[in-house]
Structures are given as C-alpha cells and as structure tokens.
Design a protein around this ligand. Structure first.
Ligand SMILES: [Zn+2]
Length: 172
C-alpha cells in the first residue's frame, strides 16, 4: 500500500477548520502535534485546547473524513492531553485570523510585580491580571464580563473605549 508523504497530510489538515472558529484551521490553532505512519495506518496526534472541549469529537471526525476523502483510508486519531496545549503553539497567521473574526487572540499573562513586592498574602493564589486588547479598536481598557462566552473555550469581554463586547480565546 502506498503511503502518502507526511507533508501532504499536513497540507490536507491545514484545510480542516476549527468547528468553533471556522476561519482558523486546526493547524493554525496548533492542536495537530504529529503525523506518523504505523504499518499503513496514518496516526494523527491531536492535543485539545481545553480538556473536555466538546468540539474535540467534531475535530476528530473532520480529520478522519478529510483524510478519507483524499484516499487515506486507515486513520487513527491519538488525543494527547499532556503536555497541555499552550497558546505558543498557535501560529501568528492564526492569531491574525482570530482578530479579523472579532475574537481577541490569547495573550501572555502579565505578572504584576508591584503587588508581589508588597508581599500581600491576599495577592497570592489569585489569578494574574490579563491584558486583553480589543479586536475592534485595539484598546487595552477591557474587562472580563463573563468567564464563559459563546463556548466554554472563550470568555466574554467588554471594551471600555468602543463599548463592544467580544469573545476572548482563553489561555490555559
Ligand atoms: Zn474597543
């Protein structure tokens, strides 16, 4: 049996859209970790962005369906939970597409040094403040209005400058 080149498999996978954010592919999202061949079976390793993300089932089925349509009949999806997906795996192109779609891409956490130096006990164990820029106007004057946006993977934010609400793709 002919084995398709892994590079070709990656190209096909780049055409599989994320079911929640259709403008971004699963490759841009960085959740496809590896493509391997084992005795004629194509093994695709996928790390979910969010453990228990309901979209994973859909993603697994889309991968299988896409590869099947290109003649790769033996497909196995390996869901790898560890190491956990990080936003560093998302491509710059992917982050741009998210912004274009009106979703703030994940930001690095900002550590508030002034609070650490006070040695406040209350400050410990609290989540660090995130600086999330508004995808509409770029303002950093935003706040989280709900930890759960349109899906569990997103939080709902509001911009204080343009007053637009927007989804923020959560960091984990
Ligand atoms: Zn704004």
């Amino acid at each position: 049996m002919m084995m398709t080149d892994s590079t070709q498999i990656w190209t096909w996978l780049a055409g599989v859209a994320d079911p929640e954010i259709p403008v971004i592919s699963i490759v841009d999202l960085g959740i496809v970790r590896a493509v391997d061949w084992d005795d004629g079976v194509c093994i695709v390793t996928v790390t979910p962005t969010y453990s228990g993300c309901p979209a994973m089932m859909v993603i697994n089925e889309s991968i299988t369906a896409t590869l099947n349509s290109h003649g790769v009949t033996q497909v196995r999806i390996k869901n790898q939970i560890s190491p956990a997906w990080t936003t560093d795996w998302m491509s710059e192109a992917g982050k741009d597409k998210l912004r274009g779609y009106g979703i703030a891409p994940p930001e690095q956490q900002v550590i508030d040094i002034s609070r650490l130096s006070k040695g406040s006990i209350n400050g410990l164990g609290r989540p660090e403040k995130l600086k999330v820029s508004c995808p509409n106007c770029g303002s950093l004057s935003t706040s989280c209005s709900s930890q759960f946006g349109s899906t569990p993977c997103k939080a709902l934010y509001r911009c204080h400058d343009c007053l637009e609400p927007f989804d923020y793709f959560k960091c984990h």
